[in-house]
Design a protein around this ligand. Structure first.
Ligand code: ATP
Ligand code: MG
Length: 576
């Protein structure tokens, strides 16, 4: 609104030329100059206030938008993250939100300003001389033509925005996967991949700039022509006596100050388009329905006994063909269920259904008789301890990582958990002990150390149900032994579902399920399955061999035992 004040000086100029100068009225001239100074001061002060207010509104809106976006992302189920790329999501929370913000802070207020300025400007021009206005406006179609050419620029910007998000994806993958890139000598390939997108962004931007410059130059020239037209026609009108010199001077200012808002409209059009495109991407996320949600009136689970029932469970990832088909099993409180099966048979998928990372597509998962879809996620998940196949640690201290599931746990309990996880030893040897920062994803620790911290983290929450995806990554015998002992301690007295790669784990399990291609093809105890299931015998032969040494209670004599078990599968016997 404030830009209206900018229309003032031209009118004051007219007053000086038409009235003060001919009448030689110094008092009037002084008054006008004082008024000019006053208006300028007021304009600038208000302008500052307006800028501040703009930012205030914009930043608050953006804060809310970002917070909402984050909250929504946090609530999204795992299937959402399967379908979306990290870099893309990051680009939406940062770049896209910023784009919406810059439109809100600058664009909207400017738009109001511009429209009002244009209208008032035009009204004054019409009041001064309708005919001259008509003549001056004759170049408008040319300006508008160039303005429309600007529209192609918006499309180019949209492409650039998409490419920028793509660049994020490539960069993010490169940074997290840097070891792999180096190990396989793929630096040139990754650099080429990065540069390909980088170049596309440069070219897109250059093309957009080119089009914008051409259109801008065209507009500039049209403006210039309009100025000449006014001088020529204005002079003619003055000679005719239809206008005063002061009016023509003022008119000239008004026409020139009109093209700026017209050009602003162009720029704002572009900004609006970008903001709309960015907004669309933001709202696409906000509008994605949450996959896993709590029912209204979901039951808050009390302390669990720990009975788990898989009742005719089927599951498919997204629109893929069903992976799990009619899986049924019952785990009594305190018992251990072991899952074994070839890689890709659906073991991890099955255990993901218990804390409801995904929802079943058929059948039901029940805990203590409650369908997991009927209870609150917090009361369900807080009673589960998870040790995943790939250990993830946050870039926090060891203490903070161990107490991640129980913030503010007393130090003695953290240490006790670390002791139980056989982690206390190596932690105390670190220079900063429990206060050591582990690096992003725990890079500063070894694989075996990370696993034991993850076990300590699960121990500390004292879960009723333990879900273990035993890591297949091989560690040395000594470490394996330590991890195994830690897990034994953790499994004691809790219902445990474990994807087993260790012989000791399957041996002590109350029940073992053999999975093949998403279905259970055999079940029983270790001894029963050795007799009845050829697949189990085979798995036993190949899968548990790695870990067998430790299971014999000795860390060193494993190799000596190998020949005993390498006979025909049917004849396998296990000592101990
Ligand atoms: N997020 C996902 N989206 C789509 N398909 C998936 C997803 N995760 C796994 N799959 C597919 O589901 C199948 C089973 O995967 P799952 O991780 O359950 O196997 P697994 O038995 O745990 O194997 P492993 O012993 O190697 O860990 C695989 O064929 C895999 O390609
Ligand atoms: Mg798995």
């Amino acid at each position: 609104m404030l830009s209206i004040f900018r229309l003032g000086p031209a009118w004051f100029t007219k007053l000086i030329i038409d009235q003060a100068i001919p009448a030689q009225d110094l008092r009037l001239a002084a008054f006008i100059i004082a008024a000019l100074l006053g208006v300028a001061a007021l304009t600038n002060a208000l302008n500052g206030a307006e800028l501040y207010l703009q930012q205030w509104v914009g930043q608050h809106v953006v804060y809310d938008l970002r917070a909402q976006l984050y909250a929504h992302l946090q609530q999204q189920s795992m299937s959402f993250y399967d379908a979306n790329q990290t870099g893309q999501l990051m680009s939406r929370v940062t770049n896209d939100v910023n784009q919406v913000q810059s439109f809100l802070t600058q664009g909207l207020t400017r738009l109001a300003n511009t429209v009002v300025t244009l209208a008032v400007n035009l009204a004054i021009m019409l009041y001064l001389d309708p005919l001259l206005t008509l003549v001056a406006m004759s170049v408008t179609p040319v300006v508008v033509y160039f303005q429309m050419r600007m529209a192609t620029v918006m499309d180019l910007y949209r492409v650039v925005a998409r490419k920028s998000a793509e660049l994020n994806v490539v960069l993010q993958e490169n940074v997290t996967g840097i070891k792999l890139v180096k190990a396989f000598d793929r630096e040139p390939y990754e650099a080429a991949r990065f540069n390909h997108v980088n170049r596309a962004i440069r070219e897109g931007r250059m093309k957009a700039t080119m089009n914008r410059t051409l259109a801008g130059v065209g507009q500039e020239y049209a403006t210039y022509v309009s100025a000449i037209i006014i001088i020529v026609f204005g002079a003619w009108r003055v000679m005719e006596g239809a206008l005063t010199i002061g009016s023509v001077t003022a008119f000239y200012s008004y026409v020139l100050s009109m093209w700026a808002p017209v050009r602003w409209m162009t720029f704002m059009n572009q900004m609006a388009q970008q903001a709309v495109a960015a907004g669309e991407r933001v709202f696409e996320i906000l509008d994605t329905p949450l996959g896993v949600t709590e029912k209204p009136g979901a039951v808050v689970l009390g302390r669990l006994e720990g009975r788990i029932e898989l009742d005719d469970v089927s599951f498919a990832y997204g629109k893929n063909p069903p992976l799990l088909q009619h899986v049924s099993a019952m785990v009594e409180p305190g018992h251990t269920l072991a899952l074994v099966g070839p890689s890709g048979s659906g073991k991890t998928t099955l255990i993901n259904l218990i804390p409801r990372f995904y929802d079943v597509s058929g059948g039901a998962v029940r805990i203590d008789g409650h369908d997991v879809r009927d209870v609150t996620l917090q009361s369900l998940r807080s009673q589960m301890g998870l040790v995943m196949q790939e250990t993830f640690l946050f870039n926090l201290t060891i203490r903070e990582n161990i107490s991640y599931g129980r913030e503010g746990a007393p130090m003695e309990e953290v240490v006790a958990a670390a002791r139980a996880a056989n982690a206390h030893g190596f932690i105390s040897e670190l220079e900063q002990g429990y206060e050591t920062l582990v690096g992003e994803r725990g890079v500063r620790l070894s694989g075996g150390q990370r696993q034991r911290i993850a076990i300590a983290r699960a121990i500390l929450v004292d879960p009723r149900i333990l879900i273990l995806d035993e890591a297949t990554s091989s560690v040395d015998n000594q470490t394996d032994y330590l991890i195994r002992q830690a897990l034994d301690g953790l499994m004691n007295g809790r219902t445990t579902i474990v994807i087993a790669h260790r012989l000791s784990t399957v041996q002590r399990a109350h029940q073992i399920l053999v999975m093949e291609q998403g279905a259970i093809t055999a079940r029983g105890t270790h001894q029963e399955l050795l007799r009845s299931s050829p697949l189990y015998q085979h798995l036993h032969e190949i899968q548990f061999r790695l870990h067998r040494e430790g299971d014999e209670g000795s860390l060193t004599n494993g190799a000596a035992l190998l020949p005993t078990l390498s006979g025909a599968p049917g004849k396998m016997e296990v000592r101990g």
